[in-house]
Design a protein around this ligand. Structure first.
Ligand SMILES: [Zn+2]
Length: 506
């Protein structure tokens, strides 16, 4: 500004007189430096200048002098005049100057808005912000506090809602409504309500809490991210020590995992990798944060898997097989009430069942066996009862075949804890003891590739290697292993594969 005034004076009026020019320049400089003097004093000095050094008679000079007074005066007034302003204080500490309280508030508001923008709200601060009114030279306002200065000194937070599952923080969303929406979407993801699936209740197994928290905006997640976190679950790694007779399959079975999953946690190993007793392997499993327990009634069509019947054909070479008739699955209309855990049935009661298409058995011709047949492969209804007998009498709670979330490899026969059950046929006990998801289980070999399994027992009455006869009590009904209530899970295994027991029982 100073410069500007001088330039103006120089150019417009005093270019012709270098002497006067110098003088005025001098005084102008002095005038500007006399910051606290009022306009009257300035005028007095100027009067002195004009009286002593200027040629009175020149109208140009007079006009020039007046102009100088006016131009320089206004500039000086601008620079030397005072104005009201405010100091902004954060927690009692002066941060800088703002032109007014309103301006300061706007500045702070702007910063808080910007910080909260990513989560759609205005950030808040616990800082104590004060404004101290002052009068300052107008020039001082050229050096107001910048947004950057303020940003580095202003702390802030936003309000969010924290989702805790079993006491552990899993995610934070900006509002409770958003959290509830995510949880409901997650519930529906597993409960799958539909026309055919009337869900009557959905609950979480784990305790869920939502509480307001203060946090930095970057800690807040998007609803979709939180849903994904819940669906992905948490990864836990356990160490497992290889036991005698363990195989990859058995380790998987013992830990309710798939062989593939066990191998995935042990890079470089495959199903053929030999296991050493005492060797430590990793069990990496993913468990959901939240378990959805849903109850309801399902009405719909289900597949009835076909069975394979084998007939001995003496025209074939021993050990060879020929498919005589392709099997095809049947269909049934079922209505059942259920209890599901994350989409998988843990309890199912058939209310109504109507077969709409009968399955067609696959008929396989097999060359004569070298070993004598001890158990007949007899289909139900054929009248031949020389085969396997019922191990327990009771309602069938769950049939063989596909059911929600997997394949059921046997039938579940209802019973009370402690009910004795018997061997379906005579044979040799292969194993009797704890068998992972099967709980306390017995596996009996009846010869000719036929075996039967009895799972979830509360007590076993036989041991491995023992000979048993058909109808002999071998164990007591229980609910050990992967079971939700006392029942006998009964399997028939032919040549290593499970078959539908109902096709072999009288
Ligand atoms: Zn079962």
């Amino acid at each position: 500004m100073k410069k500007l005034i001088l330039e103006l004076i120089k150019e417009k009026f005093f270019t012709h007189n270098s002497n006067v020019h110098k003088q005025v320049k001098n005084y102008s400089t002095r005038l500007v430096s006399l910051s606290k003097t009022g306009t009257t004093k300035v005028c007095n000095i100027f009067k002195k200048v004009t009286l002593n050094d200027f040629s009175w008679k020149s109208p140009k000079v007079i006009a020039g002098a007046i102009a100088v007074v006016l131009v320089a005066g206004s500039g000086i007034t601008y620079l030397n005049g005072t104005t009201s302003a405010a100091y902004i204080l954060i927690n009692g500490q002066q941060v800088g100057l703002v032109s007014s309280l309103e301006d300061g508030q706007k500045l702070v508001d702007g910063i808080l808005k910007k910080r909260g923008q990513p989560v759609g709200q205005k950030a808040m601060t616990h800082d104590k912000i004060d404004y101290q009114s002052v009068r300052v030279k107008k020039a001082a306002l050229l050096d107001k506090v910048s947004e950057n200065d303020l940003e580095s000194k202003l702390t802030s937070y936003i309000e969010g809602y924290e989702l805790k599952i079993s006491g552990t923080q899993v995610a934070v969303l900006p509002s409770k409504e958003e959290l509830e929406k995510v949880l409901n979407t997650y519930k529906d993801f597993y409960a799958q309500p539909s026309e055919s699936n009337k869900v009557s209740s959905i609950e979480f197994e784990e305790p869920v809490t939502m509480t307001p928290v203060e946090l930095q905006p970057d800690k807040v997640k998007l609803s979709e991210q939180v849903l994904q976190i819940l669906k992905d679950g948490q990864t836990t790694t356990k160490e497992y020590e290889v036991q005698p007779n363990d195989s990859w399959w058995l380790i998987a079975r013992k830990n309710d995992m798939k062989t593939k999953e066990v191998l995935a946690g042990n890079p470089g190993m495959n199903e053929d990798t030999r296991l050493q007793i005492g060797q430590k392997i990793k069990l990496v499993s993913v468990t959901p944060y939240l378990t959805v327990i849903s109850k309801g009634v399902y009405t719909g069509t289900e597949t009835i898997p076909f069975d394979v019947t084998t007939k001995t054909d003496f025209g074939l070479a021993s050990g060879t097989t020929v498919v005589k008739q392709e099997g095809s699955d049947g269909l049934k209309e079922v209505t059942y009430s259920y209890t599901k855990k994350n989409g998988k049935n843990i309890e199912k009661t058939v209310l109504d069942e109507k077969i709409t298409k009968k399955p067609v058995n696959q008929v396989v011709a097999k060359g004569p066996s070298r070993a004598p047949v001890t158990v007949g492969y007899v289909s139900r209804g054929s009248g031949n009862v020389s085969g396997i007998g019922w191990p327990l009498r009771g309602r069938i709670n769950s049939y063989y075949g596909y059911r929600w979330g997997g394949f059921h490899t046997g039938i579940d026969i209802d019973g009370d804890r402690g009910d004795p059950y018997v061997a379906g046929a005579s044979g040799t006990v292969v194993s009797a003891g704890w068998d992972g998801g099967y709980g306390n289980a017995i596996l009996i070999d009846h010869g000719n590739g036929v075996m039967t399994r009895y799972a979830h027992s509360t007590k076993l009455l036989v041991s491995a290697g023992q000979q048993v006869s058909k109808g002999q009590t071998i164990g007591l009904v229980g609910s050990t292993g992967r079971s939700t209530g006392p029942h006998l899970h009964f399997e028939i295994i032919v040549n290593g594969d499970t078959v539908n027991p109902l096709n072999y029982l009288p």
